[in-house]
Design a protein around this ligand. Structure first.
Ligand SMILES: CC(C)(COP(=O)(O)OP(=O)(O)OC[C@H]1O[C@@H](n2cnc3c(N)ncnc32)[C@H](O)[C@@H]1OP(=O)(O)O)[C@@H](O)C(=O)NCCC(=O)NCCS
Length: 208
């Protein structure tokens, strides 16, 4: 599907308001559980924005591309080569430390940093950590275009495969990834703090 009026650009820190709102709105249940009360005066959405502004990691602007529809931000994708991600847990710990010692301790205690550290990615793979499209702009082909562009980046980076996780209760997103060639590798049940997430790891093998 080709979408008219669609363009793309690398994200910048100035996109924080749009990107953090989208990330937060799509996964607010998880963020509310994990990020509430981390630092005085900061809501879970503010914490997402702080992590977006960090220079690395799975929420970072540095790893994010923005889709614009008729010149206005409509969607984002955050993805990176696993070999060069410098450890998502390390970035998260560094970003949390900027919020103060209490935030760091709480995130460690809630298991968030550990969960990132043990996240099983294939070395040499490309990991799509987040893809989201503004609810008013969904089903227009924007998400597919963002993912297809990310796959091309993975090829250019010489990655062996592209990996992502999809919640078991999100069959529409899973169907989209299957249309783009991804296959389910395994289903995993992970517990972080009081959050239980059942997700499917999906992979797209890249051939030279
Ligand atoms: C999933 C998502 C990124 C796809 O982007 P998009 O621009 O809507 O997708 P496209 O228009 O390229 O493709 C349409 C397909 O995407 C999927 N899709 C569309 N809206 C969706 C939604 N609200 N939630 C999940 N998947 C959706 C469906 O498979 C849809 O095909 P269908 O209309 O035949 O059901 C986007 O819908 C979204 O942000 N959804 C909410 C957040 C989410 O589920 N993120 C993925 C987490 S793994």
């Amino acid at each position: 599907m080709s979408v008219s009026g669609l363009s793309f650009r690398p994200a910048t820190p100035d996109d924080a308001s749009f990107a953090a709102r989208l990330m937060y709105n799509i996964a607010c249940r998880d963020f509310d559980t994990l990020f509430t009360g981390l630092a005085a005066g900061l809501s879970p959405r503010d914490v997402v924005e702080t992590f977006y502004r960090a220079p690395g990691g799975m929420f970072s602007w540095h790893n994010t591309e923005i889709a614009l529809h008729d010149g206005l931000p409509a969607g984002i994708i955050t993805a990176y080569s696993v070999a060069s991600r410098s450890g998502s847990a390390a970035w998260l710990a560094r970003a949390a430390a900027q919020l103060g010692a209490r935030a760091l301790v709480l995130l460690a205690w809630r298991g968030v940093i550990v969960a990132r550290a043990v996240q099983r990615n294939t070395p040499g793979s490309w990991f799509i950590a987040f893809v989201g499209v503004d609810p008013t702009q969904q089903s227009l082909g924007i998400g597919s275009s963002l993912i297809e562009r990310s796959i091309q980046k993975a090829r250019r980076a010489g990655c062996s495969c592209v990996e992502l996780d999809v919640d078991v209760d999100n069959p529409r997103a899973q169907a989209l990834y299957e249309r783009l060639g991804f296959h389910v590798v395994h289903t995993e049940r992970q517990r972080t703090f009081s959050l239980v997430v059942e997700s499917r790891r999906m992979t797209l093998q890249l051939h030279a």
